[in-house]
Design a protein around this ligand. Structure first.
Ligand SMILES: [Zn+2]
Ligand SMILES: [Zn+2]
Length: 302
């Protein structure tokens, strides 16, 4: 199965203080006031950055050295995909170097300083099971990759690791292969033509994050292969609604560059970074899993 967009509960990924703060904010949300302030995650940034920073460093090194061979789709298929707005491939067609991913998994499980206790506990359980030959990391990654949710769930239960936490480690370990494969499949694909589709033009997966560039162009970033593609600015990427009265944005008052783009018709929403308001360098992997991103909630509509 394609690695899912991050679905790990924030209680696992974030320190307790942040979770409590989020609960408080959820109570406030009951007021259904659209201009509610989003939670402040600043106090915990340093610790969390220490952990995710190492994850990103390990992944970046892998992306440059990994050797996957993804066959680019033939011209006819690529032409149809482009004309009809279909993705070039399905996620299963993006090749994965499982041995490389397994090695990365081990490194990620050793790089957990600063991570939350549930992540540390899971990393220790995974390491121990690999050391004792109770877990074959390649098989585990295959199960995650090959649409085998039952097998993957069984492995999580055997390890006594929450399913979503095992998925987090598996997905982050598979990511460098998927990015390297996507680069081969997509080639020099232009990203600057605005599409109507809310799914990835390369692999068809859902976006993990939206980005509003300084010049006002709007992009989405794929949750699986991390391809970036342009979409129309005033259009729901799920149902196609273009009536500006039915599309709205919720900006954070504490992190003014972060906002939710939401649709009143289908209730779909996309977490978005507005680079026009961003005072620091933009690093998509961090924005994707920053505490702030995790603590956003589906907006209520009145
Ligand atoms: Zn994709
Ligand atoms: Zn919609």
């Amino acid at each position: 199965m394609a690695p899912a967009a991050h679905s790990t509960p924030i209680s696992v990924l974030l320190p307790t203080a942040l979770v409590e703060r989020r609960r408080l904010m959820e109570k406030l949300r009951a007021n259904r006031h659209r201009r509610l302030v989003l939670v402040s995650a600043q106090p915990a940034y340093d610790d969390i950055l220490a952990f995710y920073g190492r994850v990103f460093q390990e992944q970046a090194a892998d992306i440059e050295t990994i050797a996957v061979t993804a066959g680019a789709p033939d011209a006819a298929r690529a032409g149809i995909a482009r004309k009809e707005g279909f993705p070039l491939v399905v996620p299963a067609e993006l090749p994965v170097d499982l041995a490389h991913a397994a090695a990365l998994l081990l490194r990620l499980c050793q790089a957990v300083q600063g991570a939350t206790p549930p992540l540390k506990a899971a990393a220790a359980a995974i390491r121990s099971a690999i050391d004792d030959n109770r877990l074959n990391p390649v098989e585990m990654l295959e199960a995650r990759r090959d649409e085998n949710p039952e097998r993957f769930a069984t492995l999580a239960a055997e390890l006594d690791v929450p399913l979503e936490v095992l998925a987090f480690f598996a997905d982050e370990s598979l990511a460098p292969s998927l990015v390297a494969g996507r680069r081969q499949v997509a080639g020099h694909r232009r990203e600057d033509v605005a599409r109507d589709q809310g799914y990835c033009p390369v692999c068809g997966s859902a976006p993990a994050l939206g980005v509003l560039e300084e010049d006002g162009r709007r992009f989405l970033i794929c949750s699986v292969c991390r391809q970036r593609w342009r979409v129309r600015r005033v259009r729901c990427t799920a149902c196609g609604q273009t009536d500006a009265q039915k599309l709205y944005y919720i900006y954070s008052e504490e992190e003014p560059a972060y906002r939710i783009d939401a649709c009143d018709v289908c209730r779909h929403y996309v977490k978005t970074v507005d680079r026009r308001r961003l005072a620091r360098p933009f690093y998509p992997p961090w924005s994707r899993c920053s505490p702030f991103t995790w603590t956003w909630w589906p907006p209520k509509t009145s």
